[in-house]
Design a binder for this molecule. Structure first.
Ligand SMILES: O=C(O)COP(=O)(O)O
Ligand SMILES: [Mg+2]
Length: 219
């Protein structure tokens, strides 16, 4: 049976409204204008430090505020679960894959504490045998190390699949040498055709068949 690892933000959950809330709380404290939801979506994907950097640049906040703003951002981030939603069909797809015997994991650039907080909030934690956040290792995606670590934690010598929504995820999968399934409704900035992927999907109901397709191709 294969090991399937998922990205989190923009793949299983639409967390941008909560992340926007954290960002705008910080900006408000600093007396600055808020950022839009579109800006928020475009800043997600490379981890919290890069998010804060992009947010600062959008509001001309000098570089010497990075450490302090990053710290405050991460401190507020744990509680940012109230406006987040699970994408339609995710739970059903996870159930189907689990009952078909697949081992499931998470590899996200979201820091591990808010990652676990939001999975707990939705009662999803138990569905994943291993969970890797953006600060679980000294490096994060697109470095393939956390993705490799996730598969190793799932154990055994099984086919591997990564499911994500972004350019960063595609690069991570490519560097890890694993087939990539692209969820098209998340936070990508590039047309689907320009993101390397094995297959793309816009509805989680399609996922079990796509997984089966990857495995047939791998035989
Ligand atoms: O950039 C982040 O913080 C999280 O993004 P990811 O879950 O899509 O990796
Ligand atoms: Mg993502």
């Amino acid at each position: 049976m294969a090991h399937i690892v998922f990205d989190l933000d923009g793949t299983l959950i639409n967390s941008a409204p909560d992340i926007q809330g954290v960002a705008n709380g910080l900006l408000q404290e600093a007396g600055l204008e808020p950022i839009t939801l579109d800006q928020t979506r475009s800043f997600i994907g490379n981890g919290a430090a890069v998010f804060v950097e992009r947010m600062r640049k959008a509001r001309d906040v000098p570089d010497d505020r990075q450490a302090e703003m990053h710290k405050a951002f991460v401190a507020w981030y744990d509680a940012a679960v109230t406006r987040t939603v699970i994408y339609p069909g995710v739970e059903r797809a996870l159930d189907d894959l689990a009952s078909a015997g697949f081992a499931l994991g998470i590899c996200t650039n979201k820091p591990i504490r808010p990652c676990r907080a939001v999975l707990d909030h939705f009662g999803l934690t138990g569905r994943f045998a291993t969970i890797w956040g953006g600060d679980s290792l000294p490096v994060h995606k697109p470095d393939p190390a956390p993705l490799h670590a996730a598969y190793e934690a799932l154990g055994g010598d099984a086919p591997r699949i990564y499911v994500g929504d972004s350019e960063v995820d595609a690069e991570t999968a490519q560097r890890a040498g694993v087939p990539f399934l692209l969820y098209t409704e998340g936070y990508r900035k590039t047309p689907v055709a320009l993101i390397p992927h094995h297959a793309a999907f816009s509805d989680f109901a399609e996922l079990p068949a796509l997984v089966a397709g990857v495995l047939l191709g791998a035989e």
